[in-house]
Design a protein around this ligand. Structure first.
Ligand SMILES: [Zn+2]
Length: 207
């Protein structure tokens, strides 16, 4: 039974103007917006495992407001009121500097919103990283970060980007294809034989 319902991603598309080719800046500097130490600890653990699975520190952590461009936020009753566990948004901002010469940049960032109660119920000392609660939360986290990296929903039920996941999944989740897409986004060379440079499938089929 499919119980949990994910979000949709909102994507802001900006087109380049001017003659110079914009420089793409893909530095995701996260601030975790929660006062709950258990939630903070779990969010950091999720980021750590994500970076490990990518093979590079692509999600960075900061405690400073003026440094942060991406956020992990929590909202009460997100599931109760909107029937979603989380919501991931990709943000691209065009920034143009005029000095010393006109140079435009596309700065990527993301906003991740989680249902507080669902997230908190899967944190705590009993939640080790082999548990079903952790696997579910990691799946959810990867899915929302995927939206933050401009991924759309996928048709395959095994895909991390399928719109929904079973509460107690015993099915295989296809993280391999997912992280190949993530490495493509960051232009990270993969040692995996399945990696195909130039494959633009991460843009998805949903328009
Ligand atoms: Zn989704």
């Amino acid at each position: 039974m499919l119980k949990s319902i994910y979000c949709m991603a909102a994507i802001f598309v900006l087109s380049a103007c001017g003659s110079n080719v914009p420089v793409e800046v893909q530095e995701f500097k996260f601030m975790i917006q929660s006062d709950d130490p258990a939630i903070q600890e779990t969010a950091i653990a999720l980021m750590d495992q994500y970076n490990e699975d990518v093979g590079q520190e692509v999600l960075l952590l900061t405690e400073y407001d003026d440094e942060a461009n991406s956020f992990i936020r929590f909202e009460n009753d997100l599931e109760a009121q909107r029937n979603i566990l989380a919501y991931g948004t990709s943000i691209q901002e065009m920034k143009v500097s005029q000095y010393p010469e006109t140079q435009s940049k596309i700065v990527y960032s993301m906003d991740l919103l989680f249902d507080t109660e669902n997230f908190a119920s899967r944190t705590g000392s009993e939640t080790d990283q082999g548990s079903g609660a952790w696997k579910h939360l990691y799946h959810l986290f990867c899915h929302e970060v995927g939206h933050g990296l401009m991924m759309n929903h996928a048709q395959s039920k095994e895909s991390v980007m399928y719109y929904s996941i079973p509460e107690n999944s015993r099915e295989t989740v296809n993280y391999k294809t997912y992280f190949e897409g993530v490495r493509q986004f960051f232009n990270i060379q993969s040692h995996d034989s399945g990696y195909q440079p130039g494959d633009d499938s991460r843009l998805g089929e949903e328009k």
